[in-house]
Design a protein around this ligand. Structure first.
Ligand code: BES
Ligand code: MN
Ligand code: ZN
Length: 483
């Protein structure tokens, strides 16, 4: 996957196909008008003959267009909104895929913002996870061409470079999420972490094993891990470039449950395969760090990943067990399926040692979040309004949406245990995503935000699998921190 900016007229672009747009009312885009002019009114004649505009989202293919260098021209109708431009790009991508066209000119919109929308939509649609198919690696590799010959071209180039960093980071997140849980174990994630750190100079990593995790006193994390034959890992990344602008780091924390059976509070079997995606928060830490490295952002960012597998076993934790977390707080486990908060509370305690500027955790934490917001927006909880606002705005700008959720003390009051400092679930099913966030809030004493990505990180239907979210939101948040 490659994005290239060409400084030429649309008609001069050498490509297998040139994708241009027409408005709903049939009005030609500037690019289509230019092609029409050089071709001696080819497209006006096609319109007059009733050959377009097509219906919304449908394309028309033209060949042998006079004086146009590209082998083909595809005209797609869209109404100019970002969502329509994304759909139009995906339509072109699918056509290019099935037709075997490699060089695709994306001229469906003009300027830096349109280039950003098209580049990301093309990369998203072109993504394939075929590592376990016998015809692996056969998918067509595209080169996406963009045209700009006016003063905005520096802006277009910058947008393409950032989109490329996002594309590599979010595709990595998707790969990790899609990886089967017999391969993607905590130890395997640790190996991936080492490989990632090796690939980028500003990135280093320390992968802690059970003994070191024990020495840290992470009793809640270890409690979840004890039912699995796959040993836990605690991964500590540091992205610390020489030109870092911030002394106090941002810390990303990811829930890395490589498979969540529910443990002794076992889940029903329907769709349980999707619980391979319960390390989506961890995968977002990996992907965000990769994007940060690719974009060469001068920021000190720490990434923490708590990696465990939640299994039922003779040695597994039981409802009623009391675990002592790294913070010293004791937790009564009333439901072993509320394991994400148990591993995160220890990771959040660990994060405090960095005296962080802000900590952002990401977790596929609750089914209640899926019920509340579905896959459209991630749930955004925070103890700091400025941090919440910055994350919300980053989500809007990157089209990786979030929605602010409450954290009133009254939700924290719903967590009461007669035997320990707090229980891992509240006594009712009400506000399940909020009480989970409230549990986490008991372990933080710094500016903190929690993204519940249970609905947004994984899609159950076509294309089934990881979405790469919220890497776009994070990259935009960090880009805004660079002065
Ligand atoms: N990993 C799940 C949450 C989840 C559900 C993620 C659906 C993605 C899709 C989490 O560990 C879990 O099981 N949460 C429980 C909490 C409950 C026991 C309080 C849930 O949401 O049912
Ligand atoms: Mn669970
Ligand atoms: Zn889980």
């Amino acid at each position: 996957m490659k994005f290239s900016l060409k400084v030429c007229a649309p008609a001069e672009l050498a490509a297998d196909v040139l994708a241009v747009s027409v408005a709903a009312d049939g009005a030609f885009s500037a690019c289509l008008a230019a092609l029409d002019a050089v071709s001696g009114g080819f497209f006006a004649a096609q319109r007059d003959a009733g050959n377009f505009p097509p219906k919304d989202g449908v394309s028309r293919l033209f060949v042998n267009v006079p004086n146009v260098a590209a082998s083909r021209v595809v005209v797609v109708r869209h109404d100019g909104t970002d969502a329509a431009l994304e759909r139009a790009t995906a339509t072109v991508q699918a056509l290019a895929d099935e037709s075997g066209w490699g060089k695709v000119g994306l001229l469906l919109g003009d300027g830096a913002h349109a280039a950003d929308v098209m580049a990301r939509a093309a990369a998203y649609a072109a993504y394939r996870f075929d590592a376990f198919k016998s015809d692996a690696g056969k998918a067509r590799k595209h080169e996406w061409l963009f045209v700009c010959d006016h003063p905005e071209k520096a802006g277009v180039q910058a947008a393409l470079e950032l989109a490329h960093a996002w594309a590599l980071g979010s595709a990595f997140t998707r790969d990790l999420v899609n990886m089967p849980p017999n391969v993607c174990t905590p130890a395997w994630l640790g190996e991936q972490a080492k490989a990632l750190a090796k690939a980028y100079a500003p990135l280093s990593v320390n992968v802690l094993k059970r003994k070191e995790i024990e020495a840290l006193g992470m009793g809640a994390l270890l409690g979840v891990a004890q039912g699995s034959a796959n040993e836990p890992r605690f991964i500590v990344f540091e992205h610390h470039p020489a030109n870092a602008q911030n002394a106090q780091p941002f810390v990303l924390v990811g829930k890395g449950v490589t498979f969540d059976t529910g443990g002794i509070s076992i889940k029903p079997s329907a769709a349980m395969d999707e619980m391979k995606g319960d390390m989506g928060g961890a995968a977002a830490v990996f992907g965000a760090l990769k994007a940060l490295c690719e974009a060469e952002l001068p920021l000190y960012v720490v990434g923490l990943v708590a990696a465990v597998e939640n299994m039922p076993d003779g040695n597994a934790i039981r409802p009623g067990d009391i675990l002592t977390s790294m913070s010293g707080k004791t937790v009564e486990v009333l439901n072993t399926d509320a394991e994400g908060r148990l591993i995160l509370c220890d990771a959040l305690t660990y994060a405090a040692r960095y005296k962080p500027q802000a900590v952002i955790d990401m977790a596929t934490l609750t089914g209640a979040m899926v019920v509340a917001l579905g896959g459209v927006r991630s749930g955004l909880f925070a103890n700091d309004d400025a941090l919440a606002d910055a994350l919300f705005a980053a989500g809007e700008a990157a089209r990786d949406l979030a929605w602010k959720m409450p954290l009133d003390p009254a939700y924290r009051d719903m967590l009461k245990s007669p035997f320990a400092d707090l229980p891992n679930i509240s006594g009712s099913r009400e506000a399940g995503a909020v009480t989970a966030a409230a549990f986490l809030s008991a372990f933080v004493d710094y500016p903190w935000a929690h993204l519940d990505i249970a609905g947004s990180a994984f899609k159950g239907s076509t294309p089934k699998g990881g979405t790469g979210r919220p890497v776009g939101l994070l990259l935009e948040f960090f880009r805004n921190k660079v002065v």
